[in-house]
Write a new protein. Sequence first.
Length: 309
Amino acid sequence: MTLPLDSLALIELIETRGSFAAAAMALNKAPSAITYQLRQLEEQLDVLIYDRSGHKAKLTPAGRALLDEGRKLLQLSESVEKRVKAVACGWEAELRIVLDSIVPFEDTIPWIEAFDQLNSPTRLRISTEVLSGSWEALYSGRADLLIGSRLDQGQFATTTGLNIQNIGHSTFVFAVAPHHPLARAEGPLCSEEIAQHRAVAVGDTSRTFKPMTFGLQTGQAVLTVPTLRAKVQAHLAGLGCGWLPWNLIADHVAAGKLLIKPTEDPIRQGTLCCAWHRGNTGNALTWWAEHLARVKLDYSPPPQLLGPA
């Protein structure tokens, strides 16, 4: 059987007001109508909800359990009703945001807190992808909003149908652990010298797009790891060398756990952006786009730390 929500609401009202009569007055009904509705519910459930043996009717243990669980159903029903009305007013039921791994989740916390101030009914679902995997998530419809690196879009189908706005820039530096062999090398590192040592690379998470790689030399041994944070840990352990985003290693460089090495290749600069599909955007996506338009991320080190390019 299906529990009638109006009967559950009636039991809660009786407990709140303190008596059948007070609940009947609040509903502008006769006390007999209240009693009849409760009798019907007891017959449907085949349990005694109220003990009427005393001067005042009291909930039985079964009635108390029904009230406790019924309150959860009433709250859920109210939540569903509010969410449905909100969606009808333009709020998405869920907003799926994909982060490129260069953007740490902790950097998004102030944005989420600002969004929470709206008391929006839209649920946020945040995921992380690597390199072209984040763009694939957006193109395939698995994400509504992308926040990350503005990669070379030439390898993708087309940017037609997307809104893309820049929100900052990033810098990748060549870094090694102090005990790595390249730490003792003098002068800018050449490609041939780098190729003699294993690189640490993050695996592109794209399912269908051509995987992307950066900074690998021809014939170089490679250790592939799942995330940029794992790449940083591999560097700290001296397991390899390669290019790392400054924002993820600044503290390690300051502590002397990683060394920035100049190379003959120029410092790698990147653009950070957010992107979403054009067309009918809901209130939540519109807010995020407008909010991110005011964000200026700077993942670059002080120029004096870079040394000669």
